[in-house]
Design a protein around this ligand. Structure first.
Ligand SMILES: Nc1ncnc2c1ncn2[C@@H]1O[C@H](COP(=O)(O)OP(=O)(O)OP(=O)(O)O)[C@@H](O)[C@H]1O
Length: 341
């Protein structure tokens, strides 16, 4: 498997100073913050190897621990060279590899994993430090309450994130590693490879809506439409309605057209789509504790019979909820908008 970071051949002097500082001051909850390609994952590898701490992998865009589109806790593994050799202990479903629209999921996930681990962990984060990235980093620090922030800062590009914590949390500054910069394409290729590895031995399974909580789409919120509403909408718009729900006065309709006609539908009132829109969507298999025990891909949803065909390498044992994400895997990864379904 291709990975960006592994144990560095030569370790910069300030990394050893950091290691000594952590040992000397008994720091147990550590978060790494820095821009893109500043060497966070490489630093996490060095620290985990020397401290035998656990990894909280919140670098959702370039994860080391599988599965993708989650944040994960992995336990220290003797003799590892690359963090991707670390197996997940617990994961939380984000549903995307870009955290920008998923700040709530990211924060909940990292907090749950940190609570689970209790202490002796290093949090590896994304390189997003502006816009949504600023809020994400700040809130993560507020929630997790680390006892050390390691800031990989060249000049003062992290000051807007760190300002509120300067007199509250210990901050250790180190210089970013100036090395290879990865393009969007290279990053995407690394992710593609991880998706392929994860779904390598996936098998098809079929499940019924009634056996699981299905969530993550407006389709499964609110209440089902009545027979009268269904008939009315079918007559007006010349649709066959396969599934319909309503929430706060708005209809959510999965339909097929039965006639070619010109339709003028008020989109503020009716959100409609074809069933195929859900195909190839990544879903999280969520257990009783709210953790993600695996991922699956939707092959097809039969809305009429209320069943779902999935492929997954995971077992559905202890799975309570199927949570729809916002990544489609069709000729590679395609990220979709939160409002798409
Ligand atoms: N101390 C080091 N010695 C040698 N190479 C390094 C060192 N630190 C980082 N690198 C290299 O620099 C590149 C970026 O490092 P890394 O992936 O650790 O950065 P990152 O900040 O985690 O990136 P991202 O923004 O994707 O989270 C990688 O190719 C890595 O191997």
């Amino acid at each position: 498997m291709i990975n960006k970071a592994s144990y560095p051949e030569s370790v910069l002097e300030d990394r050893f100073e950091l290691l000594d500082y952590i040992k000397e001051h008994d720091k147990r909850k550590i978060i790494l913050v820095g821009g893109v390609d500043t060497g966070k994952t490489t630093l996490a590898t060095f620290l985990i190897k020397n401290l035998k701490y656990n990894l909280i992998d919140a670098d959702v865009g370039q994860k080391s621990i599988l599965p993708p589109a989650t944040v994960s806790l992995g336990n220290y593994k003797e003799g590892f060279l690359c963090l991707s050799e670390i197996k997940e202990e617990k994961s939380y479903f984000i549903g995307s590899t870009n955290p920008t629209q998923f700040i709530g999921e990211m924060l909940t996930g990292v907090k749950k994993l940190a609570d689970y681990a209790k202490e002796y962990f290093i949090i590896d984060t994304t390189g997003l430090i502006n816009g949504a990235g600023e809020y994400l980093k700040k809130m993560k620090i507020e929630l997790v309450e680390p006892d050390l922030i390691v800031a990989l800062q060249k000049s003062n590009e992290l000051s807007h994130i760190l300002k509120p914590f300067i007199d509250k949390v210990d901050i250790f500054y180190i210089k970013p590693y100036i090395g290879k910069k990865y393009s969007r394409e290279e990053r995407k290729d690394i992710r593609e490879n991880k998706w392929k590895t994860y779904f390598n031995n996936a098998k098809e399974i079929e499940i019924n809506f009634e056996d699981y909580i299905i969530s993550g789409s407006k389709a499964f919120q609110g209440e089902r439409i009545t027979d009268d509403e269904k008939l009315l909408l079918e007559n007006i718009y010349k649709w066959e309605i396969l599934y319909g729900s309503k929430c706060e006065g708005k209809f959510f309709i999965v339909k097929k057209d039965v006639k070619v006609v010109k339709r003028s539908v008020d989109k503020n009132l009716i959100f409609y789509m074809e069933p195929e829109r859900f195909n190839n969507l990544v879903v999280g298999l969520i257990d009783n504790e709210g953790f993600c025990s695996g991922l699956a891909i939707i092959k097809e949803i039969d809305f009429k019979n209320e069943s779902l065909k999935l492929i997954t390498p995971s077992s559905l044992k202890n799975v309570r909820e199927i949570r729809l994400g916002r990544v489609k895997l069709e000729n590679g990864e395609r990220l979709i908008d939160k409002d798409y379904i």
